[in-house]
Design a protein around this ligand. Structure first.
Ligand code: SF4
Length: 353
């Protein structure tokens, strides 16, 4: 099976502005209908052509006759955590399932974590998705439709304010699909997200980091997770191709677009990468980029298999304070959605038991 998905030409959720303009011209309709059609799909989140009530009947009939449809994913299962996190399993048209998570941020806002691939090829040892292997990339429409679908599930007074590409998959491995999806999400006439509210998280595909910075002005998060190549080689095989020093050079060169800093994700694995020595070494490794990064510590979220331990709170605090004494900005990720396997590194359909 190819990892490149087939992008159906007759699904409106896969079209960009030029695509809508060409379609409307082909139907012999006036150009302004392209904006209306685009608005129905990406602003109002229509799930059928029939509900596009301000389009003339003849146009809706012509779209239906030509096999056009709207919407790329269907809701499979919805689970809600005791902390308000919601995990949506969404089914794609080839039957594959990916997951997307709505994380409450307070004040009526959610951050949505979207998937960019079915499974993942990178095999990070602490991540459940990595155990699944890669089936294929998602199309731009399949990524954006996770957001369109989720918007329908949150009450009207609640807003999805941030998008993070931290779900299933390595976003930069699906570079073209992810960049196109970001262009769709940030279209002011569509969903209208500010690029500053979008974060792409990578395990460190170094050549694509610079390319992302040139393509779209979004925030970057790097999944670092070790302070030495010896440990990173073991827990993240990608490090053998792009070791820590190469990664730090790429971070140094990445443009900071927003007021914020770039995030260095660091999953703490008890007894593996969470010692005082690790914290001191991490401070040395990141010293030259200290002004442009924030370190986000993530105590490991368990799943059955790899045999890691989640470090105790005291260990996490000790690690944090060493970095803070070296004048780093450090946050500790509040674990959300642990009870429904929706926390960081836990995404992916479990086999039926
Ligand atoms: S952490 Fe990210 S890149 Fe690594 S295996 Fe999991 S999904 Fe893939």
């Amino acid at each position: 099976m190819s990892i490149r998905p087939v992008i159906p030409r007759t699904n409106l959720t896969e079209l960009n502005r030029q695509g809508f303009a060409a379609l409307v011209a082909e139907l012999g309709e006036p150009a302004y209908r392209a904006d209306q059609l685009h608005g129905w799909v990406f602003k109002r989140g229509a799930r059928s052509i029939d509900e596009m009530s301000n389009l003339p009947k003849r146009m809706r009939a012509a779209l239906t006759e030509r096999g056009y449809s709207v919407g790329r994913v269907e809701l499979g299962q919805l689970r809600e955590s005791i902390d308000g996190t919601r995990k949506l399993a969404v089914r794609l048209d080839d039957g594959a399932v990916v997951e997307t998570v709505l994380i409450p941020m307070g004040q009526g806002r959610f951050s949505q974590c979207v998937s960019s691939q079915v499974g993942c090829a990178l095999d990070c040892k602490f991540c459940y998705t990595g155990t699944l292997g890669l089936s294929r990339h998602l199309t731009p429409g399949e990524i954006v439709d996770q957001v369109l679908l989720a918007r329908q599930l949150v009450p009207d007074d609640v807003r999805i304010s941030h998008i993070v590409y931290m779900g299933m998959g390595e976003p930069l491995h699906n570079f073209d699909g992810v960049v196109e999806s970001i262009r769709m999400l940030t279209d002011p006439e569509g969903l209208g997200f500010s690029p500053r509210k979008i974060t792409v998280s990578t395990s460190g595909l170094v050549p694509k980091i610079a390319a992302l910075g040139e393509a779209v002005p979004v925030n970057l998060a790097i999944s670092l997770n070790a302070s030495s190549d010896a440990v990173r080689d073991r827990i993240m095989p990608i490090n053998k191709r792009y070791p820590i020093e190469t990664l730090v050079e790429a971070i140094d060169a990445y443009p900071i677009h927003s007021r914020g800093k770039m995030t260095m994700e660091y999953v703490l694995l008890g007894g593996v990468n969470d010692s005082d020595d690790d914290a001191h070494r991490l401070a040395r490794v990141l010293a030259r980029v200290r002004h442009k990064v924030r370190v986000n510590l993530i105590p490991w979220n368990p799943f059955q298999g790899p045999g890691y331990d989640r470090p105790a709170d005291g260990r996490v605090r000790a690690f944090q304070s060493i970095l803070e004494r070296r004048r780093f900005t450090v946050t500790v990720r509040t674990t959300k959605g642990l009870d429904i396997d929706a926390a960081c590194g836990q995404l992916g359909e479990r086999p039926a038991s």
